[in-house]
Design a protein. Structure first.
Lengths: 166, 166
């Protein structure tokens, strides 16, 4: 299912001559791995970052340490900055960024396990959403990858693609 | 099986207080994705790069464009430079880098589909190997991830770990 989604995403990008980049925290490279399952994906994907630590979010993507300190790594402000930093550095049309609590540890009252912020940056601006995914670590990460790609396809194609989380 | 391998790898790193980073071309983030399947992996993994394009190998990891032009992206010289660039940039103890022809296109007489160069860089130097993996794109990528982690575990623990490709 993930491979089919990556195929759809690749076709939507390629038809429009667009490139995407990725900035991943909780998914740890899973979005890039899905995108590059598709043969020929170098036409729409040139690079991505796995910025697992806060230090990497700053050094690799230019996220201000003050922003992380003020809002936490799992926040709209940080995931937006990750997407915008990745997009600028890669010179890509679109950037996807995710930061969340995949668990089983690391949850808090405000940000329980399963909390994930996602951002999609383009020349039109940056869209964000926050979800509270159910399931174990693997399931939370997989749902994040699915949503990341689904929403990109929606943005590219309009809203004819069904939401994976109705 | 990949998750068990990532678990072993994480334990070997954590027991020694070591950090690893990744610089991936043909696996597209699959090594980082495997490493971060393990809860608590932030203790031994802070960041990784997916440098799919040649431009990204240069801009993100400092691989000299002349090196890529002289040897090709799938070469010992380039995969060594990727590993050493990633290790220096991440400040990690170990770096794993891979570059190969996952197919189905992109093969040549010298470098047929399935050709993968891998490098492991540490303070002891950089080890490399070249493999010709059989199978389809998914299988070639998966075998690359397995070998990348298996050889790191071997280097950390000695040679008591069985080779996945006897």
């Amino acid at each position: 299912m993930l491979t089919e989604l990556a195929q759809q995403c690749g076709e939507a990008l390629q038809q429009r001559g667009l490139q995407v980049t990725t900035a991943e925290s909780c998914t740890g490279g899973g979005i890039a791995e899905a995108i590059t399952r598709i043969a020929g994906s170098s036409a729409w994907f040139g690079q991505g970052w796995v910025t697992y630590s806060n230090a990497a979010k700053s050094s690799q993507l230019g996220v201000a340490p003050e922003l992380i300190e003020a809002h936490g790594a799992v926040s709209e402000a940080v995931v937006s900055a990750m997407a915008e930093g990745a997009r600028a550095r890669a010179g890509a049309d679109w950037a996807i960024a995710v930061s969340g609590v995949a668990g089983p540890g690391g949850g808090s009252r405000d940000k329980p396990v399963g909390t994930v912020w996602l951002a999609w940056a383009s020349q039109l601006g940056t869209q964000t959403t926050c979800r509270l995914f159910a399931g174990d670590r693997r399931e939370i990460r997989e749902q994040t990858v699915v949503l990341a790609l689904t929403e990109l396809i929606k943005s590219l194609c309009g809203s004819e693609v069904a939401d994976p989380m109705p």
